[in-house]
Ligand binder design. Sequence first.
Ligand code: HEM
Length: 124
Amino acid sequence: MPNIARMYFITAICFLIAGILVGLKMSIAHDYAAVGAHAHINLLGWVTMALFGAFHALNPRGAATRLAKIQYYVYTLGVLVMTPALYFLLTGNPSLEPIVAVSSLVVFAGVLMFAAIIFRTRAG
Ligand code: HEM
């Protein structure tokens, strides 16, 4: 498996553990204020990163490029900043809104870079 695919799966499983912990905390406390953060940790972190990793595993040639490496760091940094900032924003810290906004754009930039990786991949 290409290194970048392995890195994506390792990062993804860490986000799934964090997302489930937030879900369990909400369930135990009967306080669902952080549901938006829980959903984004699981979907941007676990699901999307696992899909990125699976794509790289299926396309080892594209996975070895500099773009793939830069994309991993841009996207991961975005999700790593955005999800805890969103958690604290939703649980009563409105001052974090600009950080959520900027990191969301970083996440989006990472997604556009992944779109470029997909479009550059040749059949076969
Ligand atoms: C043991 C694991 C999990 C626990 C304990 C858990 C717990 C919760 C809780 C308590 C809510 C709030 C429900 C409500 O507002 O009524 C919720 C919502 C949600 N969860 Fe999870 N969750 C888990 C795993 C996951 C996973 C793996 C995903 C995605 C891959 C996910 C995605 C979502 C989404 C999208 C919502 C929002 C649903 C809505 O607002 O309609 N959850 N979860």
